[in-house]
Write a protein that binds this ligand. Structure first.
Ligand code: ZN
Length: 339
């Protein structure tokens, strides 16, 4: 008999039924603890020692085998360290030169340096919710822990890094982790998680279709970040634009989920594009950035890309958890419908 069983048997015999009760109680507590921490995953990290502390710069939480979902948070990081500030580039022949040593800085070469607040929590919260909804199959998660004033992974390399060698190594790590995740999922969807402060306060879904094309209903599938999925939809005799503002799109599923919320702010939030709000009209709108452009299917592959820009009213400690639950359910409905 293995030692473990022999000890257990002797322990029970020696301390009697009272101890059996305690043994079972402790076993139950252990099971509860195990359940509570069931969001288990393997992480790959790129770290830096700063002021004697090991700090994580870029993190890849590996998804479960079989997951078709990749989540990334490029703008949720807070680490600043002593990296140089990405403030302004220089103008040369009508073009911005993104470098710390380009000479006279030009205010026309301004770059965004604000954090998308609460997007780190939304991204990891979504991963936890989706893991539960998919009975333990966890999505892949890629996080930049570096503040956007130092690195912006959602830009072309020169504007992202200003040519700083160390920052460039973190930029490359962020994107190569997404590539690794894409190889793992094979066919699926990459969601780039952002936050905006536009006054219209809608959830803005970005497919690399600019506002005027959404307004004019003349989006071109070949330029989108969901090209592969759109081609599959068309090949099945349906219209791919249903992914933008029809009943097979994330906009539709998210709208219907938000309506079900008991939180007034979450319930009152609309989504663009969707069935209810097919195009932005005059509202401010982000159509999708560098991440969904290169990690979506525009240039090939079977992983599509969607940028999710959440408005500030649902990105806080009060509405956040409810919003995350609704968004996770919508993503699952969208994935179940289309993949
Ligand atoms: Zn952002």
């Amino acid at each position: 008999m293995p030692i473990y069983f022999r000890i257990t048997f002797n322990t029970v015999k020696r301390f009697g039924s009272y101890s059996i009760m305690w043994f079972l109680t402790i076993l139950f507590m252990y099971a509860v603890v195990l359940h509570k921490f069931s969001n288990a995953y393997t992480s790959q990290t790129v770290t830096k020692v700063y002021n004697g502390e090991t700090e994580v710069m870029i993190e890849y939480q590996e998804g479960s085998p079989g997951s078709k979902i990749i989540l990334a948070a490029p703008h949720g990081g807070s680490f600043k360290g002593d990296f140089p500030e990405r403030d302004f580039g220089c103008m040369s022949n009508g073009q911005c030169i993104w470098s710390h040593s380009c000479g006279a800085k030009d205010p026309n070469c301004d770059t965004s340096t604000y954090t998308d607040r609460y997007t780190m929590e939304i991204t990891t919260g979504l991963a936890d919710e989706l893991e539960t909804l998919y009975s333990g199959v966890r999505p892949h998660v890629i996080l930049s822990h570096i503040h956007r004033s130092k690195l912006d992974p959602n830009r072309e390399e020169d504007e992202a890094t200003f040519g700083n060698a160390e920052i460039t190594s973190y930029y490359n790590a962020f994107h190569s982790f997404i590539d690794t995740a894409s190889t793992s999922v094979g066919t699926g969807c990459f969601f780039d998680i952002h936050g905006h402060t536009h006054p219209e306060a809608m959830v803005e879904l970005g497919y690399k279709v600019i506002k005027s094309r959404l307004n004019d209903k003349n989006a071109i599938l070949g330029y989108t970040s969901i090209k592969t999925l759109g081609n599959d939809i068309n090949a099945n005799g349906r219209d791919w634009t249903g992914l933008l503002n029809g009943t097979i799109g994330l906009g539709y599923f998210l709208t219907e989920q938000l309506k079900l919320s008991t939180e007034a702010t979450v319930q009152g939030t609309t989504v663009v594009p969707s069935v209810d709000v097919p195009s932005p009209g005059t509202a401010l709108y982000f159509s999708g950035g560098y991440d969904v452009k290169i990690h979506g299917s525009r240039y090939g592959g079977d992983v599509d890309g969607i940028q999710i820009e959440s408005p500030s009213p649902v990105r806080n400690a009060i509405q956040g958890p409810e919003y995350i639950k609704r968004l996770a359910k919508a993503i699952k409905q969208f994935m179940d419908e289309n993949y």
